[in-house]
Design a binder for this molecule. Sequence first.
Ligand SMILES: C[S@@+](CC[C@H](N)C(=O)[O-])C[C@H]1O[C@@H](n2cnc3c(N)ncnc32)[C@H](O)[C@@H]1O
Length: 325
Amino acid sequence: MNVRVNGARGCALSRDASVRPRSIAARIASLAAALLMAASATGQDYGDTPYVQTPQNVVDRMLEVAKVGSKDYVIDLGSGDGRMVITAAKRYGARGFGVDLDRRLVTLSNQNAAKAGVADKAQFFERDIYETDLSPASVVTIYLLPEVNLMMRPRLFAMLKPGTRVVSHDYNMGEWPPDLTFTMDAPNKPVGRDKTSKVFYWVVPAKAAGRWRWRSAEGGAQRDFELLLNQNFQKVEGTLAADGKSVAIEDAKLVGDTLTFVAKLDGPNGARQEFSGRIVNHGIDGTVRTVRAGATQQGAWSAARTEVWEPRHYTLPPPTLVPPQ
Ligand SMILES: C[S@@+](CC[C@H](N)C(=O)[O-])C[C@H]1O[C@@H](n2cnc3c(N)ncnc32)[C@H](O)[C@@H]1O
């Protein structure tokens, strides 16, 4: 069963009934307090849901970090006055939409898009973020409470394509380590004393975990390879085996659907093999570069997944909203 907790003028939060409601309310109230005080102080009070704008210089930086371009489709979850998607459309020619529970903000956003001359590219809908189809996105922007980020995280993994960029203002995504994070000056920020904002950036990883196999012909001989890959969010580790030998892979990276790693099956002084490929469903296609005694060879690399394993982040328990004692 889903319970909607709309704390006293707090960000709407929908979550499982097993979470202690009093703790949620307390946590929301404290986290929302600063946002709300500033919202009231500046006269930007749009009803029950706290509304605080991301300062324009932070909007600009978030879109820059996500490398938004004309081919992108940007979805802003809780879109306020629409500035995120409108800026993406006006400055970069991107398309997209924003959703917000507050009808007045949705109307204002559509008016702002028309005024900016981007109504054909940027649309706004009165809709709950938990009922929004995120699948068209290539970029998702977020400025919501930390609990809401955690509640959204499984939906991001379920709906977003590998390679989709996610940028969040001020709040992280719990155990999902950001690919990039920084703090910047935000002199026009309506909340907080230090007038700074945090930015968090992630690239949604493909599902890479499992047993992968391929055969290659090296010097006329067939060689069978087996790669065992474990995954926790974008972090991957594992072993590569051939000819009865198995070594830990090195420098393994998963960025969106692109997997790269190094293997030294013949020991530290033997050949160094650098694998790089794109994961599409249960196949990898790419290249392998072999460096042996100073000579480099490059060839095609194709692997097939023979066993699919659940990445560790899919097995994480749902977020606990009880604040630390
Ligand atoms: C902190 S404001 C951010 C506004 C805008 N994204 C920005 O960065 O300037 C959060 C917005 O999320 C909206 N919101 C909160 N919970 C929501 C939900 N469950 N579904 C849709 N919108 C929601 C609020 O109405 C508010 O406008």
